[in-house]
Write a protein that binds this ligand. Structure first.
Ligand code: URA
Length: 422
């Protein structure tokens, strides 16, 4: 077997055999196949696609490149959620403790943000002392005692994806449904969870703006999970406008804590509860997640998780010292507030990073003082910008040019949950 034959086969539209896939993924992970050869195969996959059988084997080979966590010591049923990422998407911070309070164990291995969408680990690191790099025993201990843990994946999990994803990032080969689906699902399957719910975002702030590609990705991922023995379902949820009001690390932690105390924004609560109900259905447990949110048990699980991961749940969160406002130029009803523009603004204010190794600013971000449907008077602030350095405001304001419209009639209501795929 050699790499060039595999590349030529895919380039010419042939279906790769199991042996070819196993060989390529394994040899690339062990650095026996060069980056340029893997890049050539990835580009051929972008153009030629993969059959369901190829994709299933490719995903299995990525899982087999590392370890698959054994969660059998955990007494509770395990379930997790993965989101394709959106602006203000702090659902993980609320959902994992809600799931724990419902009797589920949620082993949430998360990532950092890149570009205009934030990363769950960056958000949690805004809490003084919070550690995301846990040894396996620490992770299992937190999961067993608290019922949820949110941490980084260890280096032993899907090393093939680690290498392939970095290579895709610099070779224009991220945008491919089979490559995205296998990348996400290999990590989630290797995490060892019994059940998985996928939150596939649709809209301007999402990775895939149109519903048909989001649906195709969701269907592909649900099939892959099911194929690998993980009970999987997906919700397509709207990401045209930021979720909740805050976009930025510490600002989102504060909003999550408020949501766990029963005063969360409606859209965030709706998405969180819908995903929690999916997790309960997949694990066969019956509990009322809304009750766990209102009776304080989810808030207690969050505090316990923060403490178990070295954080101080009572610590003051970092705040950016500089503020600016974007005001309405006319009176009327807010028709639209563009999620992508808010995400880019938060990123330019310092909440996100341009390269993997860049630091993020914990206090920076955007607070949406109004959401579509709200009545607004001329001159009223709509967005509040937070930054460490006021020099960041002009470029953030430039990103927000045209980010919202004010009209006379209330906008058509857009449902937050668009579709369920199982
Ligand atoms: N997230 C991933 O983990 N992988 C992709 O390919 C895209 C998004």
């Amino acid at each position: 077997m050699n790499a060039i034959d595999v590349i030529r086969a895919k380039r010419d539209g042939a279906e790769l055999s199991d042996d070819q896939i196993d060989y390529f993924v394994d040899a690339y992970t062990r650095a026996e196949i060069a980056d340029e050869q893997a890049a050539a195969l990835l580009m051929a996959i972008v153009w030629r696609g993969m059959s369901p059988a190829e994709l299933s084997r490719w995903t299995a080979a990525m899982i087999a490149s590392g370890e698959r966590l054994d969660l059998s010591p955990i007494a509770r049923p395990t379930a997790d959620k993965h989101s394709t990422g959106g602006v203000g998407d702090k659902v993980s911070l609320v959902l994992a403790p809600v799931a724990a309070a419902c009797g589920i164990a949620d082993p949430m291995l998360s990532g950092r943000g890149l570009g205009h969408t934030g990363g769950t680990l960056d958000k949690l690191e805004a809490i003084p002392g919070f550690r995301v790099d846990l040894a396996r025993d620490e992770m299992l201990d937190c999961l067993g005692r608290v019922g949820c843990v949110i941490c980084a994946a260890g280096p032993g999990l899907t090393p093939a994806d680690r290498k392939l994803y970095a290579l895709r990032d610099v070779t224009g080969t991220v945008e491919s449904i089979p490559l995205i689906a296998s990348s996400i699902m290999s990590k989630k399957i290797a995490e060892g969870t019994d059940a998985l719910v996928l939150d596939v975002k649709v809209g301007s702030g999402a990775f895939l703006p149109d519903i048909s590609s989001a649906r195709a990705l969701a269907e592909t991922m649900v099939a892959l999970g099911t194929d690998h023995g993980v009970k999987t379902s997906a919700l397509l949820t709207s990401m045209d406008t930021p979720l909740g009001r805050a976009a930025g690390n510490a600002l989102e932690v504060a909003e999550s804590v408020a949501t766990l105390s029963g005063s969360g924004p409606e859209d965030l609560v709706e998405v969180t509860l819908a995903l929690a109900r999916e997790m309960l259905e997949l694990t066969g447990l019956s509990a009322d997640p809304a009750e766990r949110l209102s009776d304080g048990s989810a808030a207690r699980a969050f505090r316990n998780m923060v403490t178990a991961q070295g954080g101080d749940p009572d610590a003051t969160l970092p705040e950016a010292p500089e503020r600016a406002e974007v005001r309405a130029r006319s009176s009327g009803v807010l028709q639209r507030l563009d999620a992508r523009a808010v995400g880019v603004a938060a990123w330019r204010l310092g909440a996100g990073r341009a390269r993997k190794e860049d630091p993020v600013n914990a206090g920076a971000g955007v607070v949406c003082l109004h959401k579509p449907g709200n009545e607004i008077s001329e001159g009223e602030p709509i967005l509040e910008l937070h930054a460490e350095d006021p020099a960041r405001f002009p470029s953030a304001c430039a990103a927000l040019e045209g980010a919202f419209d004010i009209g006379t009639e209330p906008p058509e209501p857009v449902p937050v949950i668009l579709e369920r795929i199982a």
